[in-house]
Write a protein that binds this ligand. Sequence first.
Ligand SMILES: Nc1nc2c(c(=O)[nH]1)N[C@H]1C(S)=C(S)[C@@H](COP(=O)(O)O)O[C@H]1N2
Ligand SMILES: [Mo]
Length: 324
Amino acid sequence: MNIIHRPEWSIPEREATPEDVFFNRRRFMKGVGAVGLGLAAGGTGLMSSAFAQDGKDPTLNLYPARRNAEFTLKRKITPESVTSVYNNFYEFGSHKRIFGAAQALKIRPWAITIDGMVDNPQTIEFDDLVRKIPLQERVYRHRCVEAWAMAVPWTGFPLAELVKYAGPQNSARYIRFETFKDAEVASGQRQFWYPWPYIEGVTIDEAMNELAFVATGIYSKPLLKQYGAPVRLVMPWKYGFKSIKSIVKMTLTDQRPVSFWEKVGPGEYGFWANVNPKVPHARWSQATERLLGTDERVPTQLFNGYAEQVAHLYKGLEGQNLYR
Ligand SMILES: Nc1nc2c(c(=O)[nH]1)N[C@H]1C(S)=C(S)[C@@H](COP(=O)(O)O)O[C@H]1N2
Ligand SMILES: [Mo]
């Protein structure tokens, strides 16, 4: 099937978002005006749903979390009014305006299974897990493989803490993450030609790096559904598709996981997916990126600007496709 070799989001953004297919985000934002999308939301169900917090989120009292001053940026934070209506979440559609459809996701109860090569295999309620590790806030850059970028304040905890909690065995070399699968609520999962559920993987060494983060919140609140509530990965030096959303399972293994996008397009998407301006995508340049909510293009940075923290992880692996 041809389509699975050309996922829609892997088309350069200017082609993938023609005005007649999606809405014109800039005109939309102008129309909303200075009051901002959140305050203007009263009118339509679709717009208000962009900001809907689930009735009474049982973790609200954990926010805002302490800001970690080691993870800040010079780049301006991208407004919530922009990032909450421009998302990549194929479970709810192959375009960017999925925030309405994503409200169908049921985020309670939400259990996470930890299994594989661990000393403490278990299935744990998210509401219990989120209280086991102290939350903190970090501002990170995010770089989608499609060449759009944002900077947002995530709330969560280091992935290393979750790995320690699982009790990794010496034989474990990788972590495989899995997103929920429920075609009843996720319209995109009715597109049966995709290899659902969404899978991603990292090495244990990557997972133990200080930057690897498990996000439960954004903008000092629990994650909205479109961001991958209630819990997602954030790997800021890698292309955005590594940052898997709405996680239900984490498996420690000695087998390198094959990700959703690697299955869809093995010629275009690999395991490492580290950001590199000099290695073009098969169909477009990665030299620059567009900052969401602006018309500004800026140079892409090696490892998305995090080379100092992560470059050492890839010493000796130069023969591999580290940048796709
Ligand atoms: N389960 C799942 N996780 C996912 C995706 C997806 O389609 N499904 N898209 C990825 C891609 S390509 C990007 S760029 C980011 C987008 O995150 P955001 O919508 O919160 O900005 O989520 C990633 N995680
Ligand atoms: Mo992406």
